[in-house]
Design a protein around this ligand. Structure first.
Ligand code: SF4
Length: 446
């Protein structure tokens, strides 16, 4: 009998991508076969995103498009937008099922019952103060990537005033400690040299477990047991970066010297209206302490431009702060109001052209910071992981360094191994060439 095919569309963040791959792996284990974009499919699944209004709109558009392209398919929607606003999807004719966040792992059970059993699902809103289970997939998910992602935490208890995520994903829950260790070892046995620990608010890892533990403790144990060559943390809040964590990113230790940290605003008034749990002074201290121990660490910041009440002076404060900090790249987002969050009601609103201008200035500053960072690494020997995918434009092998630079490899033909066997390996690299487009080209060195 011909296998039933499914197509899965994932919008938004890495965690969504991870979960989509998890659903896909489960379906494949149940005998379904994954279809590529544009190919016929019996089942279409949309894993939606709610992080901005635009992401929500794109999730709905994508759902309608898939229904048009696959008029006979069973269509299932899940993810953050489906969770926070299921009514929007009830209105779309052709949607067969809306699956709440906690039930994502039940999708194969739904599809393998004859006839499909909708009663499996009772749409639930996340609840706080109740113990909920970590939503995990049987095996870690890696897709076609060189670096494996492992989701170790989900949900958030912080309720920043602009953020819809806690309403979508509920309170923080963590993967049990032993399970993390087992997954990391398993990934290493499959040939992965680097595992990226990911989550919605990864720094809350372990606080809900019994006995309680922490992200620092987890990384410490990984550092002692070395079940894999490298660990990277996808993103971490400033107040969760401990001295021990910084020390574990020194040479010879397991953690990559790369920290992606949400700043959001560099003005204490804006930070307090956002309900971010740190001040500008505390944030600076954290960045300087990373820089003092790891002068070449990659430090990336997220910033939001145009939050309600962000005056010219407040913007200037953010700009000046970022300009003064030793950071290596910026992710800049114009503020996007989300219905259902406190900030939806905040005034005065910042006109969108002002927010765009501020975002453009900030991005320019980010480019300059990145150039300076590249320059400061020139001539150094960097540790890099050769990626499975070659650079699309040049066809050259490329490596991602521990401090998060991408370097194209020039001397692959002179290397001892055949070039393709270098994929997935950790090598020493020195780069000496930097084009105008910030594309780094370097050599593998002993
Ligand atoms: S820490 Fe704040 S921004 Fe991040 S997920 Fe939690 S509520 Fe949202």
């Amino acid at each position: 009998m011909k296998k039933k095919t499914f197509y899965i569309e994932s919008l938004g963040c890495k965690v969504n991508q991870y979960e989509s791959d998890g659903i896909a792996a489960q379906l494949e284990a149940h005998g379904f076969s994954r279809a590529g974009k544009g190919s016929p499919a019996d089942i279409c699944i949309v894993n939606t995103c709610a992080v901005t209004s635009r992401a929500g709109m794109q999730s709905r558009q994508e759902t309608r498009k898939l229904i048009r392209e696959h008029p006979d398919a069973t269509v299932i929607v899940t993810g953050c937008h489906a969770q926070t606003d299921p009514e929007q999807f009830k209105k779309i004719s052709g949607v067969d099922l809306i699956v709440c966040h906690q039930d994502k792992t039940l999708i194969p059970a739904y599809l393998t019952r004859e006839p499909p059993e909708k009663n499996l699902f009772e749409f639930r809103k996340p609840e706080y103060g109740k113990t909920s289970r970590f939503l995990g997939f049987d095996r870690p998910v890696y897709g076609k990537m060189t670096r494996a992602y492992l989701k170790i935490q989900d949900g958030c208890n912080q309720f920043c005033t602009y953020c819809i995520i806690p309403y979508a994903r509920g309170a923080s829950v963590s993967m049990p400690f032993d399970q993390v260790m087992a997954h990391v070892s398993g990934l290493n046995r499959q040939g992965f040299k680097e595992v990226i620990l990911t989550g919605i608010h990864t720094g809350l890892y372990g606080l809900d477990l019994k006995p309680e533990t922490s992200l620092t403790q987890l990384v410490k144990t990984l550092d002692e047991k070395q079940p894999v060559d490298q660990i990277r943390i996808s993103s971490i809040e400033p107040n969760e970066i401990t001295d021990d964590l910084i020390n574990m990113a020194r040479p010879g230790h397991i953690l990559c010297d790369h920290f992606h940290i949400p700043l959001q605003a560099g003005d204490n008034g804006v930070l307090s209206r956002m309900k971010r749990p740190y001040s500008v002074e505390q944030f600076s201290e954290v960045i300087h302490s990373i820089h003092a121990t790891l002068p070449h660490a990659g430090i990336g910041l997220d910033v939001i431009m145009g939050f309600p009440g962000e005056t010219d002076k407040a913007f200037e404060n953010t700009y000046k702060l970022v300009a003064a900090l030793p950071v290596s790249y910026l992710h800049v987002f114009p503020y996007s109001p989300r219905k259902g969050t406190p900030a939806w009601h905040f005034t005065p609103k910042v006109p969108s052209d002002t927010a765009k201008k501020r975002a453009a200035l900030m991005r320019k500053l980010g480019e300059q910071k990145h150039k300076d960072f590249i320059k400061s690494n020139q001539g150094r020997i960097l540790k890099g992981l050769i990626q499975n995918q070659r650079d699309r434009r040049t066809g050259m092998l490329k490596a991602v360094t521990t401090n998060y630079l991408t370097v194209l490899i020039k001397n692959e033909k002179d290397a001892h191994d055949t070039p393709d066997s270098l994929k997935g390996k950790i090598v020493n690299i020195k780069y000496d060439q930097c084009g105008n487009d910030n594309c780094l080209v370097g050599n593998i060195v002993p």
